[in-house]
Design a protein. Structure first.
Length: 145
């Protein structure tokens, strides 16, 4: 059974974060800033600008997510944090229509990006994160709805 560990996003593991985003899906082009930008902002930025935004966010005092490691190799990424910092969520009709919590409540957190590199899929990395009520063990966080 593989050993799964996690680390908060920080500048020292920037290359690991980038590695997780380049293993399939839209992570590389998105740079995990889609959830924090409005449509207009998204449409007017390019990859270099998104990368710079994400790098600034990773270097901030509030890490935007975590990297999952499988046997020491960067295997996955998850964006998790206050929903208010993920501006797109408060502008998404489906979320606005179904949420019971106030949209401006900083205590409500959201997972808005979840990436697992192709070669690590099928190992159970995304199983804990796919439940709406779960204790996300691989993140070291308790996320309950």
């Amino acid at each position: 059974m593989p050993k799964i560990t996690t680390a908060l996003a920080r500048p020292e593991i920037w290359e690991d974060i980038q590695h997780t985003l380049s293993g399939g899906g839209d992570g590389r082009s998105c740079q995990c800033v889609w959830p924090v930008l409005t449509n207009k902002e998204w449409e007017t930025t390019d990859l270099d600008q998104r990368t710079a935004m994400f790098q600034q966010e990773v270097a901030s005092s509030r890490p935007p997510g975590l990297v999952a490691y499988v046997d020491g190799d960067a295997a996955g990424w998850i964006r998790v944090g206050p929903r208010t910092l993920q501006r797109r969520l408060g502008r998404t009709r489906n979320i606005v229509a179904t949420t019971r919590e106030p949209l401006d409540d900083d205590d409500v957190w959201a997972v808005s990006c979840f990436v697992v590199r192709r070669e690590y899929r099928g190992l159970g990395l995304n199983a804990p994160g796919s439940s709406s009520r779960c204790n996300v063990v691989w993140l070291g966080l308790s996320i309950v709805r």
